[in-house]
Design a protein around this ligand. Sequence first.
Ligand SMILES: NC(=O)c1ccc[n+]([C@@H]2O[C@H](COP(=O)([O-])OP(=O)(O)OC[C@H]3O[C@@H](n4cnc5c(N)ncnc54)[C@H](OP(=O)(O)O)[C@@H]3O)[C@@H](O)[C@H]2O)c1
Length: 249
Amino acid sequence: MNNIQNKVVIITGASSGIGEAAAYKLAEQGAKLVLAARREDKLKSIANNIKAKGGEAVFRSTDVTKPEDNTALVELAKSAFGRVDAIFLNAGLMPSSPLSALETNNWNAMIDVNIKGVLNGIAAVLPTFEAQKSGHILATSSVAGLKVYPGGTVYCGTKWAVKAIMEGLRIESAQAGTNIRTATIYPAAVQSELVDHITDNSTSAGYRQLYDTYEIPAERVANVVAFALNQPEDTNISEFTIGPTAQPW
Ligand SMILES: NC(=O)c1ccc[n+]([C@@H]2O[C@H](COP(=O)([O-])OP(=O)(O)OC[C@H]3O[C@@H](n4cnc5c(N)ncnc54)[C@H](OP(=O)(O)O)[C@@H]3O)[C@@H](O)[C@H]2O)c1
C-alpha cells in the first residue's frame, strides 16, 4: 500500500535533522515536497539531492514566525504541484536553561517558533483543507510535551501547547466533518542540530552527554511520519511516542 505517492507535502524545519530526514523518506515514496526553513542553501542542496534521485521538491526560505511566509508555502505548493495534501509542522528550537537563568529572549524565541509557528502553519493550510474536505496536518511535539523536567521548563511548555493545539484541531475537524487528519509526534533523543543551539553552558553539557549516550538517527522519526501519512483516508493515527530503546525516561 502506498498512499504517499504523489501527495503534495509541505515540511517546515526541512533544512536539518528530523525535517530533512522526512524529506528524503517521503521523496523516496513518491511525495512531491515543498521544503521550508530559514537556511535557503541547505534547502537547495536537499532539493537537488531529491531531484537527482528522480524525486520532486521545491523550496522556499521561510520564517515560520511570519504568517505571510506560511501562506506563501501553500501558494508555492499550488503553483508548483497544483494542490496541497499535507503539512508537517516540524520547525522548532530548544535553547533550554533553568528559569533562574532568565534567558527571556530564548523563552520568547521558543514560544514564537514552537507555538506560533505551528499556529501560523495551521492557519495557512486550514482554509484549503476545509474547502477540499481532505488534508493531513502533522506536528513534532516532543517527550517534553508529555513530561516536564528541570532546565526544560519553557521548551516543555511550548511542546505541551503543541499537544493541546493538535488534539483540539483533531476534535474540531472531526466534529465539523472536514475530513482533516492530524498526527502529533513525541520524539525523545534524536540526532539533529537541536542541542547545538543551547546557550546555557551547564544545560548544554548535560544535554550533549544525554544525546551522545542515547540518540537515534532522525530517519527513525521520518519512518513514523511516513507511516502516519500512508494510512487510508478513513484512519487517523493521532499520536506517536518514539525514542531510543535505551533512554531510561
Ligand atoms: N532532536 C530531538 O531529540 C527532538 C526531540 C523531540 C522533539 N524534537 C523537535 O523536532 C523538531 C525538529 O528539530 P530537530 O531535532 O530536527 O532539530 P534541528 O536539526 O535543529 O532542526 C530544526 C529545524 O527548524 C528550523 N527552524 C528553526 N527556526 C525556524 C524558523 N523561525 N522558521 C523556519 N524554520 C525554523 C531549522 O532550520 P533553519 O535554521 O534553517 O531555519 C531546522 O530545519 C523540533 O520541533 C524539535 O523541537 C526534536
